[in-house]
Write a protein that binds this ligand. Structure first.
Ligand code: ZN
Length: 448
């Protein structure tokens, strides 16, 4: 079937307007107020004549779901998943209003432009183009905008998984977690990561008990001292690199693309890990000490002391096994190890139609692009989409120059496609910054 003519410039303008508006809707979580986003999205669907449902966990933390029905002959739905909430911000660290949605210098500025209202708008536009073209889809195409991803998902994907598991039934889900860059391992090259896996969080609290007392009379049962001894063992614990199959495949493909100039042996992976914190993290069980709690007064020996560890396990690693290892390392029965949050994301297979389509379409837009499978050091709502519900693939639609993305570490902005005054397209290295709206559309035709 020939691809219908799509006016990409008009859609880009529309999408820019929408993203700017979407950023202005305050969905900072906590408290979330995601109903505002659903109301705004609902008005767009109303205008398009598309029916939708909202799901309320009882406190207005709404999730919105709209479906373009297909005949089902190719299988279960393809879900375009996004979350509507954003994380809080420190106003003092921004030069623009984080909720202003300002469009300036070819960027849309604001909280959520990257995580992940920008991708939400790309999914919205993709969905609407399919609706307007009235194609005969071979499976349902679902637009799903969920609440509460940034604060544990209790009122979002966890609620849906518990109360409405049927709406998560799908062969494919496209979600956040992939990425694009114009540089990888010091080599200038458009590189796109299709996220196929995520590390699993294992958040633990270490709790030391001891005997309280007066600071003027030290004794050897001080809870804070005990905790410090335990933390010293934890921070000095040398854990091995354990790259999983997806990570090995990532490096192998970088090698085959000529970006990594040596075969990815363990020795080479170790060298990379030494200088690249992110690529070290995806290869090992990592521990970040994030919070400490002890004491009530400068001259009082505390009875308890606590440390919070943000542990992230490589995909497939057994949390029980890790806690036992941690216990052995700490080697103190009077340190309690409490699990606060444990989760894992099943890996998506690489040999799927969706993966192949994504890789092909990226190369069609960026001819020289390298497309590789990747493991994310963070985690997303994808963890609630187990294998029985099909593959989860994540791909962000734009590539960023790392040095630009890092210019103002706390500020966020998404690039807008913008032609220079001459009317000619930007030269090759810069075009990577353009938001390529809804180019996935043709791909989705073939899948849906
Ligand atoms: Zn996100």
């Amino acid at each position: 079937m020939p691809a219908p003519v799509v006016d990409w410039d008009a859609w880009t303008e529309q999408a820019t307007r929408w993203l700017s508006e979407y950023v202005r809707i305050d969905t900072v979580n906590p408290p979330g107020n995601e109903w505002r986003a659903c109301e705004w999205l609902g008005a767009i669907f109303d205008a398009e004549g598309i029916p939708y449902r909202t799901f309320d966990p009882g406190n207005n933390r709404l999730t919105l779901v709209a479906t373009i029905p297909g005949d089902g002959s190719r299988g279960k739905p393809l879900i375009l998943l996004s979350h509507t909430d954003v994380v809080p911000f420190e106003r003092d660290h921004w030069t623009v209003d984080p909720l202003g949605g300002e469009v300036r210098d070819g960027y849309i500025w604001g909280r959520g432009t990257l995580d992940m209202k920008g991708m939400g708008i790309i999914e919205l536009v993709t969905f609407l183009i399919h609706h307007r073209d009235r194609l005969n889809l071979k499976r349902d195409l679902v637009f799903m905008a969920v609440a509460d991803e940034e604060a544990g998902s209790e009122f979002g994907i966890e609620f849906l998984d518990r109360e409405h598991p049927e709406i998560l039934e799908a062969d494919y889900v496209i979600n956040e977690g992939g990425g694009g860059s114009t540089e990888v391992l010091g080599v200038e090259r458009n590189t796109f990561n299709i996220g196929v896996s995520e590390k699993g969080p294992l958040w633990v609290t270490l709790r030391a008990q001891g005997r309280p007392g007066h600071g003027s009379v030290p004794h050897d049962d001080n809870a804070a001292d005990r905790l410090v001894r335990a933390l010293r063992r934890v921070t000095e614990w040398q854990r091995p690199l354990i790259p999983g199959p997806e990570v090995k495949e990532y490096f192998q493909q970088l090698y085959e693309a000529g970006i990594l100039n040596r075969e990815p042996t363990m020795e080479v992976l170790r060298e990379i890990a030494e200088t690249n914190p992110r690529l070290r993290s995806v290869q090992m069980n990592s521990i970040s000490l994030t919070m400490l709690n002890a004491g009530v007064k400068h001259n009082v020996i505390p009875a308890t002391a606590e440390a919070m560890l943000d542990v992230r396990l490589v995909p497939g690693y057994d949390p029980d096994r890790f806690v036992e290892e941690l216990r052995t390392v700490i080697n103190d029965p009077r340190i309690e190890i409490e699990r606060v949050f444990v989760s894992s994301t099943p890996s998506s297979p690489l040999d799927t139609e969706l993966y192949a389509t994504m890789a092909r379409e990226v190369r069609r837009v960026f001819e020289d692009a390298v497309v590789v499978p990747s493991v994310s050091a963070g985690f997303t709502d994808s963890r609630r989409l187990p294998p029985s519900r099909g593959a989860r693939l994540r791909l962000r639609a734009d590539a960023h120059r790392p040095e630009r993305a890092g210019t103002r570490a706390r500020e966020r902005r998404a690039p807008v496609r913008r032609e220079p005054a001459s009317g000619h397209a930007d030269p090759a290295p810069r075009r990577a910054r353009h938001l390529r709206l809804a180019r996935t559309r043709v791909s989705l035709d073939r899948l849906a």
